[in-house]
Design a protein around this ligand. Structure first.
Ligand SMILES: NC(=O)c1ccc[n+]([C@@H]2O[C@H](COP(=O)([O-])OP(=O)(O)OC[C@H]3O[C@@H](n4cnc5c(N)ncnc54)[C@H](O)[C@@H]3O)[C@@H](O)[C@H]2O)c1
Length: 439
């Protein structure tokens, strides 16, 4: 079986490598020539646990190819996945220009029946737009070639993407063509040997499922952050409340950890996009508007705690920041709360020294640039710092040498943006600890 994956980013590269790993011939296509050249030389464009080994092994075996030539990649392919970006446009709606450019190119270059499956997160009706773009391109060529469109939204999590793809909870496939359904069934068979995980549905429902899933997860986070902020005011401890409610299986333990707000390439843009879609249909998604408002405010909570302690004017103060990426195990800096916290501390006159195990190159090159001093390790960031801010809960920050931390910091004060430290233990060591959702 042969397939093409168009767009070789987080989703395209992981999907392509995982499909190749079960024996499928995969060509990953990208318009970014440099990225393709690097991949051919075994250099990963992103940090993702287990990805490098998977890519290199499958590239060497010849099952995984990298190319900038879409036409060649889709020759003989049974499926072409569209996995390009869908960033927010100026009004918050998903910008479909990359998706539709790929659809047009497929229409211009296809030579045989093909299933065009959208993996990118796209609003309802995009399936029809993809179909129309391919049809229009075929008509221009005066070519009457059969094809099918499908929606196959991707649910992998950055930081555990390979594992998620190889062992999916569910595979959602929106399809309205029997031949396409059979092809998708064959393609995904190796990923569900321990039980059927495909949920078939119509294309609009599949498109909506992806947004509803991300919106639900973002809602859990904002809900808990809202409750945590109230806990602080009334003298309750959000960590206790979290345990108390999480033990109810209807609520569950995941995504109810208070923190500094959600970030990343998906939740912020997907919440915005579904709100926009609703408005286009004359409906207000009031819950999700509140989810977004709470999250925007939450990104300021840690800097506000710093100001409450040191005063609004932070001139002459230096803060050590542990963690920059929007979550651990990724170097993805898109919409990372760290950026907002750094801007706010700097605007109040402070200097920031940061350390992140993998995201510093990405931060330096694309997002935070030279707004902070990048440090060689966690302890280096503490030298001459007035306090420590924990922003991303990487494993290596979980049990630091508090003796060393206490010696290096000017004040034994920790602002714990992810509640990973035990307040009482730190207190016993002479530290002041400020977490999220507790006094
Ligand atoms: N990142 C995630 O965790 C995740 C998870 C699920 C779904 N998604 C969705 O998947 C889609 C892709 O996200 P991503 O994070 O992988 O994006 P990304 O920005 O990492 O990668 C997109 C790639 O597409 C390439 N591209 C753009 N136009 C192209 C074209 N015409 N032909 C070939 N390549 C082209 C870009 O050069 C880039 O390498 C988005 O819709 C996103 O919402 C992302």
């Amino acid at each position: 079986m042969k397939i093409a994956v168009i767009g070789t980013g987080y989703v395209g590269l992981v999907s392509g490598a995982c499909f190749a790993d079960v024996g499928i011939q995969v060509t990953c296509v990208d318009i970014d020539q440099k990225k393709i050249e690097k991949l051919k030389n075994g250099i990963m464009p992103i940090y993702e646990p287990g990805l490098e080994e998977l890519v290199v092994r499958n590239y060497r075996s010849g099952r995984l190819k990298f190319s900038t030539d879409l036409g060649e990649a889709i020759q003989g392919a049974e499926v072409a996945f569209i996995a390009v970006g869908t960033p927010p446009g100026e009004d918050g709606s998903a910008d479909l220009k990359y998706v539709l450019a790929v659809a047009d190119e497929i229409g211009r270059k296809m030579t045989d029946y093909i299933v065009v499956a959208t993996k990118s997160t796209v609003p309802v009706t995009t399936g029809e737009k993809v179909r129309a773009a391919i049809k229009a391109a075929l008509e221009k060529r005066v070519a009457d070639l059969p094809f099918a469109v499908a929606s196959n939204p991707e649910f992998l999590k950055e930081g555990a993407a390979v594992e998620d793809f190889l062992k999916p909870d569910r595979i959602v496939i929106g399809v309205d063509d029997e031949r396409a359904e059979q092809i998708m069934q064959r393609l995904y068979k190796p990923f569900q040997l321990s039980g059927d995980r495909i949920i078939y549905m119509d294309i609009p429902s599949a498109e909506m499922t992806k947004y509803a899933a991300n919106a639900m997860l973002a809602t859990k986070i904002s809900f808990m952050n809202d409750i945590a902020n109230l806990c602080e005011k009334v003298g309750a401890d959000a960590n206790m409340v979290r345990k108390g409610i999480g033990s109810d299986p209807r609520i569950g333990t995941k995504f109810i950890y208070p923190g500094v707000g959600y970030g990343g390439s998906c939740f912020p843009k997907d919440v915005k996009a579904i709100i926009k879609t609703a408005r286009q249909y004359g409906y207000e998604l009031k819950v999700l508007q509140a989810v977004e408002d709470v999250n925007d405010a939450q990104k300021h909570v840690l800097a506000n705690k710093v100001k409450a302690y040191f005063g609004d004017d932070l001139t002459g103060l230096t803060f050590a920041m542990w963690g920059l990426s929007f979550k651990p195990n990724t170097d993805d800096m898109r919409e990372a709360p760290a950026g907002v916290i750094i801007d706010e501390l700097r605007a109040a006159g402070a200097t920031v020294k940061a350390y992140d195990p993998v995201a510093m190159e990405e931060a330096k090159a694309h997002y935070i640039f030279d707004k902070v001093t990048y440090c060689k390790d966690a302890y280096d960031a503490l030298v001459d710092a007035d306090a420590l801010l924990l922003v991303t809960e990487w494993s290596e920050f979980r049990i630091p040498s508090w003796q060393a931390v206490g010696k290096l910091l000017k004040n034994k004060v920790v602002f714990d943006g992810r509640n990973i430290y035990d307040k009482n233990y730190l207190k016993s060591l002479g530290f002041e600890h400020y977490g999220i959702g507790s006094k």
